[in-house]
Design a protein around this ligand. Structure first.
Ligand code: SAH
Length: 394
């Protein structure tokens, strides 16, 4: 077993069970990609077992802080059992669930989503990659399922020195699946969909949106960055009669249409725009349209804090336009999934948008990712999705 010795004073973070060791914290030691290493303090005390990643800024990701634990197949089975047991207690009203959420489940670099009887996984670190076959077998053993699709095509793999890999890792068959979310039937394609196929992190917010649409009697809805229409179906389920879904992906909009039809809603009031949301908001304003509810769920404008300033302008712009376009008393659900923009900053950006629009709004609720995307107290960086439900003043 190779040892990584930290610089003097750099042991604090691992002692607090934070799982990352940055390149600059290491005094000496190295290993192969994904190899298990013993990390110790400058004084030689055990801190963690971790996976070494020679080309990553996250030079070691900790598997375990328990010196007696061995990193072997049984370790992965234990961690997966723990993750699955947590989900079983969450009362999730869907067979689309995140089973493993990386660091928050003690498995850095591993993402596993379940869509009905199919698993879809991303191996995003050298450590997860090294144990890929063991993890695949452990996933089947712990879930009792037989189909596992691999979506290791996220750009972060390049920073780990890993190539893209996509395809069936265990089992085979059609990649187009149906899941049931809050009683709605939704199509997911694990091969061509975004991430592992679908945005499970917005599941609870889609349910909340349906409730609010009904409670507030919203009829017309602008769903910006609609992807496959999850929030559009939620709007229709909440009683909306006119729903405009806007996304820059044609295939996503085609699935959105299928999802609306599948759930028995009338397409007559539904519009689909393959367009840029910012441009579409401007166009709708120019045409004098207005909406009772608007959803803005854009992609990551700021992957890291370095992009925050430019991202802030982009967020402010679309939120200003949306607040203008909203009917008096209307509902805005606005999100940011940028790691580089925290909830406080996002609030300030939206407040700035309100000032520019000359619109005041009440915060009905602060929103976050679904409970199967947990944030642990030891790893607050895991918190990425934040949102606000706002009511425009009458
Ligand atoms: N709300 C969705 C998830 C949205 S993900 C859900 O609940 O499932 C973000 C979406 O934004 C993606 O579908 C992507 O295709 C789309 N997108 C990215 N840039 C865009 C742009 N400039 N205008 C419109 N859509 C965009």
């Amino acid at each position: 077993m190779k040892t990584i010795r930290l610089r003097d004073g750099k042991e604090r973070s691992l002692q607090r069970r934070h799982p990352w060791v940055f390149e600059g914290s290491i005094a000496r030691g190295s290993a192969d990609a994904g190899e298990t290493v013993r990390v110790e303090s400058h004084a030689g005390e055990f801190l963690a077992w971790g996976a070494y990643s020679p080309s990553s800024m996250f030079r070691v990701r900790a598997w375990s802080f328990d010196e007696s634990e061995r990193i072997e197949a049984a370790f992965f089975v234990r961690r997966l059992r723990r993750a699955i047991a947590l989900r079983a207690r969450l009362g999730i009203a869907s067979d689309g669930q995140r089973l493993v959420h990386g660091e928050a489940d003690g498995l850095p670099g591993l993402i596993v989503d379940r869509y009905g009887d199919t698993l879809s996984a991303q191996f995003l670190s050298a450590g997860a990659e090294r144990w890929r076959a063991v993890i695949a077998d452990a996933l089947l053993a712990t879930t009792g399922l037989s189909r596992l699709y691999e979506r290791s095509d996220a750009s972060v793999r390049a920073r780990e020195g890993l190539d893209i890999r996509v395809g069936w890792l265990r089992g085979e068959g059609a990649t187009e699946l149906l899941i049931t979310e809050h009683g709605w039937t939704l199509g997911v394609d694990v091969a061509t969909g975004h991430k592992t196929g679908y945005y499970l992190d917005q599941r609870e917010n889609r349910r909340r949106f349906a409730e609010l649409v009904r409670q507030l009697g919203c009829r017309s809805v602008f769903n910006g960055y609609s992807y496959t229409g999850g929030f559009s179906v939620a709007a229709l389920a909440g009683g909306a009669t006119q729903v405009l879904s806007v996304d820059s992906s044609g295939p996503a909009l085609a699935l959105a249409r299928d999802n609306i039809v599948r759930n028995g809603f009338d397409l007559a009031g539904c519009e689909f725009a393959d367009a840029d949301v910012n441009a579409m908001l401007r166009q709708a304003l120019a045409e004098g349209r207005s909406f009772d509810a608007i959803v803005l769920d854009p992609p990551k404008f700021a992957p890291t804090a370095a992009h925050a300033e430019r991202a802030a302008r982009a967020y402010k712009d679309i939120n200003r336009l949306a607040l203008q376009l909203l009917a008096p008393g209307g509902l805005l659900l606005t999100f940011s999934c940028s790691g580089g923009v925290n909830a406080d900053l996002f609030h300030k950006i939206v407040a700035g948008a309100g000032l520019d629009a000359g619109v005041n709004a009440a915060i009905l609720q602060r929103l976050e990712a679904s409970s199967d995307h947990p944030t642990t107290i030891e790893f607050p960086e895991g918190e990425y999705l934040k949102g606000l439900a706002l009511l425009k003043q009458q």
